[in-house]
Each structure stands twice: as structure tokens, then as C-alpha cells.
Design a protein around this ligand. Structure first.
Ligand code: GLN
Length: 262
């Protein structure tokens, strides 16, 4: 029996050693995937990815004593990378949703948002969803804006409207001449139009003035089952939310984003 147990133990150790090498996972590093076109949560400033989410994951890395690696990737690949373990964390203003929670574990919420629409300042007719009927709408691929507009096209609400996907909301807004409107999250929309004479942004509402979609909350995505990491993220977030640091960062990085027109 003893011999059997020690053989089992040796086998187990061999398997874990192989996995350590084979999985290529370096435990001293915390790998975070983001998409740096989403101010003030992540954007490029002086050639570096900065923002509220980056500050949050810096605090998590410090808490764990790990080196932070930030990778700028397409938004719609982030949850898959976190799910496969290629990334430890996804931090990209990711709205907590039941379908995404099947793929990744979410932290406690740290910010909330609603859907906004960006149109040309000269557009005086677009006021509600009804006015987006049969129009060309730009969105960031794989986002909640994409899912919302896609659903409204499929259920007939938006008639023959079409979606044009972009890598970021700012890139979509820069292409407004080819579009009628861009739909994205509130703060990002407000920052995109802040420095523009030709663009304006307002909440996406139904014809009766009620919001077109429910309020959304952002969470940090963690590889499913990594309880230790999720607990650390939540511990850090609880403190940063309670002492007003997240709010302070939202202000600070909104100002920085405006400075560089992100
Ligand atoms: N909150 C939105 C989503 O999760 C958009 C996030 C983003 O564009 N970075 O889909």
C-alpha cells in the first residue's frame, strides 16, 4: 500500500513538473489583456498603456508581489484569452454579463455605465432609437454596444440598419463621415466628443425617453476557478472603491485622455 502511494505521489509530481514546463506559465508574472482604445479605462499616453484599469491591475500585481505584463489586444479576444489561461486577467471596461460569466469569473463591479450615441453636431434629427432605423451604425466589435444593436436589428426595431465593426470606439467615431452614428459606453463617448467641434454624444434612449438598455457594470475578468487571484482582485478593489481611489482615477485619466485627445 505504502509503495503504491509513493509511486502515485511520484507520478503526480512528474505530471505537475511537466505541466509547469509545458504550460509555460511563469508564476512570478501577472499577465493582463486589455484594449487600449477605451479612455479613461485604457488608452495610450506618451506611448504607454495607461488608465483606470491599468492602475487597478498595478495594485493587484503589487498585492501579489508579481511583475505586471500588459498586452494590448482586440477587445473580442480578451475573454477567450482569460478563459484559456493565456492571460490571468482581462481588464478592459468589461461589462459583467451572464454569457461572459460562463467563460470567465468576474470581480465585484467597480464602475457603471450606460449606452451613448455619437453623431455629428450638424445632425439635429437623431434623438432616439427610432431615428437610427435604416442607418449605418459603427461599434467596437464584440462589445455590449455591438450585442445591443445586433439584437435590435434582428428583432426588426432598427429596420434595415447595418453595423460596421471597428477595433475601438474612437476609430469608429473618426470614421463618422462613412456612418450615421456610433454607439459606445457613456464616459468613452463623452471623452471622444470632448475635444471635437464636429461630434456630440447623448444617452441612447427609446422614443419615450427611457434608456434603450439597462445600466451596465464593469468587472475584472479572471481565469475561471482561480480563486486565489479573484480574492486578491476583490480585496484590492474593495479598498480602492471604498476610499474613493477609483473615482479619483476616473477623473485623473479623463483629464489625461482629453489632453492627448484619446
Ligand atoms: N463595456 C463594454 C463591453 O464590455 C465595452 C468595453 C470596451 O469597449 N472596452 O462590451
Amino acid at each position: 500500500m505504502k509503495k503504491f502511494l509513493s509511486i502515485m505521489l511520484a507520478a503526480l509530481m512528474l505530471v505537475s513538473a511537466f505541466c509547469f514546463v509545458g504550460c509555460g506559465k511563469d508564476d512570478s508574472k501577472l499577465t493582463v489583456y486589455t484594449e487600449a482604445g477605451f479612455a479613461p479605462y485604457e488608452f495610450i499616453y506618451n506611448g504607454e498603456v495607461v488608465g483606470v484599469d491599468i492602475e487597478i491591475v498595478k495594485a493587484v500585481a503589487a498585492e501579489l508581489g508579481k511583475e505586471l505584463i500588459v498586452k494590448d489586444v482586440a477587445f473580442d479576444t480578451i475573454c477567450t484569452a482569460v478563459s484559456s489561461g493565456k492571460a490571468d486577467i482581462g481588464a478592459a471596461g468589461i461589462t459583467i454579463r451572464a454569457d461572459r460569466a460562463e467563460q470567465v469569473d468576474f470581480s465585484i463591479p467597480y464602475s457603471s455605465t450606460e449606452q451613448y450615441v455619437i453623431v455629428k453636431t450638424s445632425d439635429t434629427t437623431t434623438k432616439s432609437l427610432d431615428d437610427l432605423k435604416d442607418k449605418k451604425i459603427g461599434i467596437q466589435q464584440g462589445t455590449t454596444s455591438d450585442m445591443l444593436i445586433d439584437g435590435l436589428i434582428k428583432d426588426g426595431t432598427l429596420g434595415s440598419a447595418t453595423i460596421t465593426p471597428y477595433t475601438s470606439p474612437a476609430v469608429a467615431a473618426a470614421s463618422i463621415d462613412k456612418l450615421d452614428a456610433v454607439v459606445t459606453d457613456k464616459l468613452t463617448a463623452q471623452l471622444i466628443v470632448a475635444n471635437s467641434d464636429t461630434l456630440k454624444a447623448f444617452p441612447l434612449v427609446k422614443a419615450d425617453g427611457t434608456p434603450a438598455a439597462e445600466v451596465e457594470e464593469y468587472g475584472i475578468a479572471v481565469t475561471k476557478g482561480n480563486k486565489e487571484l479573484l480574492d486578491a482582485v476583490n480585496k484590492v478593489l474593495e479598498k480602492l472603491i471604498a476610499d474613493g481611489t477609483v473615482d479619483k482615477w476616473v477623473e485623473e485619466y479623463s483629464a489625461k485622455a482629453q489632453e492627448v485627445g484619446a
